[in-house]
Design a protein around this ligand. Structure first.
Ligand code: IMP
Ligand code: MG
Length: 184
């Protein structure tokens, strides 16, 4: 099992499995609404998935404009749960097909907020692509249009996703299992 900086990380989805799903998803996206396509990656967790998916979109003949939005949830675990914009996109979305890319769809609060925001701003279609779907955690009535993998209810890291700012650089998605035994 891979040991990264003293932690055992159990691979859940390998780099090869992810690459294959990215190619599948790109083909599906090409069959959906892509008029004047704007891709918006939700930072930070989606940055590697978005970068790979964009190149897969190129391979199926799409040439979208690319934007980034940073969103943050507040009040998790309290009554007043919400999402706020930390850094907004610069482009106008009016009458455009928009593809939102995120790492994980969990409660659905983040992407529901983003989707509604873009429709309010006049987007023609807003579709959602997520690498992982943690369906058991859903709180909102929201489904992604394109899903890489159904994800079991573990906290996962790698391929852009972090725990306490660590492990974003891993080329695979894994579960942190704990400390590796020391050999001293
Ligand atoms: P939600 O759908 O609004 O609950 O938000 C899901 C967001 O929480 C994702 O975009 C991630 O940023 C974060 N998140 C949820 N589960 C995990 C995980 O297992 N590892 C890392 N980040 C996670
Ligand atoms: Mg996120």
């Amino acid at each position: 099992m891979p040991i990264v900086r003293g932690k055992i990380i159990e691979p859940l989805f390998t780099a090869e499995q992810i690459a294959e799903r990215n190619r599948d998803i790109a083909r599906q996206i090409a069959e959906g609404p892509t008029r004047d396509l704007l891709v918006i990656a939700v930072l930070k967790g989606s940055f590697i998935f978005a970068a790979d998916l964009l190149r897969a979109l190129h391979d199926v003949g799409l040439a979208p404009e690319v934007e980034f939005i940073t969103l943050s949830s507040y009040g998790a675990g309290t009554v007043s749960q919400g999402v706020r914009i930390v850094k907004d996109i610069d482009s106008d979305v009016k009458n455009r097909d928009v593809l939102l890319i995120d790492d994980i769809l969990e409660s659905g609060r983040t992407l529901k907020f983003a989707k509604e925001l873009l429709y309010e701003r006049g987007a023609r279609n807003v579709t959602l692509a997520v690498l992982l779907d943690k369906h058991v955690k859903r709180k909102e009535d929201l489904e992604a249009d394109y899903v890489g993998f159904e994800c079991p209810d573990y906290f996962v890291v790698g391929y852009g996703m972090d725990v306490a700012y660590a492990f974003r650089e891993l080329p695979f998605v894994g579960i942190v299992q704990g400390d590796a035994p020391s050999d001293t």
